[in-house]
Design a protein around this ligand. Structure first.
Ligand SMILES: *[C@@H]1O[C@H](CO)[C@@H](O)[C@H](O)[C@H]1NC(C)=O
Ligand SMILES: *[C@@H]1O[C@H](CO)[C@@H](O)[C@H](O)[C@H]1NC(C)=O
Ligand SMILES: *[C@@H]1O[C@H](CO)[C@@H](O)[C@H](O)[C@H]1NC(C)=O
Ligand SMILES: *[C@@H]1O[C@H](CO)[C@@H](O)[C@H](O)[C@H]1NC(C)=O
Length: 460
């Protein structure tokens, strides 16, 4: 890999900063092998039969349990009728960014073929997930949890929990990925979802989790949905936030937490209430209609079923922003290494460039499309990274997307949009959302620090 690849900032529905990671020495670290077959299969999470995407017959897909620095060798066989690409959020490729699973850096697996992803949970801890990153496949499944545990000698800033439980929560449509795509191509938005799922279960089949009185459990919550932010809460129990996507946080107690699309967090829950059943509640945020699903927290010596109203979800957007601002890194706690996570002096960094990205929804050729700074990304036939590596002309042009929103940001055109930034510089990216829906960005392949957030329009 040449450093040249660090100079590209790729833009699509997701934003990718392409940068070749260091060549990792993986010798001595355990190797975990996985053999996955991806197929269509019938699922009915909302009580209606539909086509789902299964991994080894499972929906959601299998959980990857790893320890910091483990090597993950994952042979994925694509039995779908379309190219399939998995994005491994939070996990790095062993040698470069060719395998991080975002279109442009990684080729999808053609139908009927297989590809072996070689990843390493290098210097990583925490809660992440994998998901299909192309063609709305995520609307049909193909996602799963990734838990990276600390190595035994690394101090963790809380006592070992009695158990570690993943909650994959997300909005859900009764129609599959192809139907949703067709809807956009007919010029319609995908609309409001039909339900909320918890680990693949809709409101009619709530899953049960058994807790022992007096014990503390780690709940790892990930929003694997398409567009809706979700609120997570438990009747009668507090949530102590301890980790957000690989960073140990200042441990703060919340009565409920908003989890936005693509986010993962860990909370500690102590079974300190009278022994009966309680509802674990997940509901949509920022929408006129509230969709809710529940799971059951069952005390092992339970005296009876859950009773009483389910707790209300917060209503205001400002509540959510205030909560997001309250989440802080615990800079004295360790992460993957024994030394503290440190505090980053953002104010002392010299910023080389400020990029303002503004999302917009609009029609292009009577199809519903989404764009950034006036450009809706299209996949060129030659993957961007190969075009860059082999200097193939005519695939993309650097500068085909402006660094700030144009005068008419809703006037979209299609392009393989590529931006440029310089190697080893600090770039400030302002994400601006003037639309009436929550916009989610997957910022891939580099180190990012949130410097601030608020309502309104950003000014220097
Ligand atoms: C495809 O799978 C076979 C075994 O099932 C394996 O030997 C081969 O290396 C895999 N190919 C790729 C490109 O990963
Ligand atoms: C931060 O982490 C340190 C080290 O584990 C711990 O002693 C301290 O209680 C934590 N502080 C908060 C506020 O969570
Ligand atoms: C930022 O630039 C100033 C002036 O050129 C320089 O003195 C300072 O060391 C730079 N800060 C960092 C963190 O590089
Ligand atoms: C994309 O933008 C570049 C640079 O502005 C332009 O030369 C090219 O024709 C555009 N491609 C398409 C498909 O519109």
């Amino acid at each position: 890999m040449r450093t040249k690849n660090c100079q590209l900032l790729l833009l699509s529905a997701a934003v990718a900063l392409l940068c070749s990671a260091a060549v990792f020495v993986s010798a001595g670290n355990p190797i975990r092998n996985f053999d996955w077959t991806v197929t269509y299969g019938e699922i009915q999470p909302l009580g209606v039969k539909q086509r789902g995407i299964l991994i080894n017959g499972k929906f959601p897909g299998p959980t990857i349990q790893a320890v910091t620095n483990d090597n993950l060798i994952i042979n994925v066989h694509n039995h779908l009728d379309e190219p399939f690409l998995i994005s491994w959020s939070g996990i790095q490729n062993r040698k470069n960014s060719y395998v991080d699973g975002v279109y442009g850096t990684t080729c999808p697996i053609p139908p009927g073929q297989n590809y072996t992803y070689k990843l390493q949970a290098k210097d990583q801890i925490g809660t992440f997930y994998y998901f299909p990153s192309l063609a709305f496949h995520k609307a049909a499944g193909g996602f799963g949890a990734i838990n990276v545990l600390s190595r035994p000698m690394i101090p963790v800033p809380f006592a070992p929990p009695a158990d570690d439980i993943n909650f994959l929560v997300g909005d859900w449509y009764r129609t599959d990925h192809k139907a949703l795509r067709a809807k956009l191509d007919r010029g319609h938005k995908i609309g409001f979802p039909h339900g909320v799922l918890i680990n693949g279960h809709g409101p009619h089949s709530p899953p049960t989790f058994t807790f022992q009185s007096g014990k503390t459990y780690r709940l790892r919550v990930t929003n694997v949905g398409l567009q809706n932010s979700l609120n997570f809460r438990i009747q009668g129990h507090n949530l102590k936030l301890v980790e957000v996507e690989g960073t140990h946080t200042v441990q703060t107690v919340y009565s409920s937490l908003d989890v936005h699309v693509g986010q993962s967090l860990s909370v500690l829950v102590t079974a300190d209430q009278p022994a009966k059943d309680y509802r674990i509640v997940v509901s949509t945020r920022f929408a006129k209609k509230v969709l809710t699903s529940t799971a059951t927290l069952h005390y092992q010596n339970s005296d009876g079923p859950a009773s009483g109203d389910i707790p209300n979800s917060p209503k205001k957007i400002s509540w959510s922003i205030k909560q997001a601002l309250s989440i802080r890194t615990n800079s004295t706690a360790s992460a993957a290494r024994p030394n503290p996570q440190g505090s980053y002096h953002y104010g002392q960094v010299n910023i080389t460039r400020t990029i303002i990205l503004q999302s917009a929804a609009a029609q292009v050729d009577r199809k519903q499309r989404y764009g950034i700074n006036g450009v809706s990304f299209v996949h060129p036939d030659t993957p961007l990274k190969l075009a860059d590596h082999f200097n193939i002309p005519g695939v993309f042009e650097v500068g085909s997307i402006p660094y700030a929103p144009p005068a008419q940001p809703r006037k979209l055109h299609l392009n393989a949009s590529v931006m440029e930034t310089d190697y080893r510089t600090f770039v400030e990216i302002v994400f601006q959302n003037r639309e009436k829906i929550v916009q989610t960005y997957h910022i891939n392949g580099h180190s990012f620090w949130v410097a601030g957030m608020d309502l309104g329009v950003w000014k220097p």
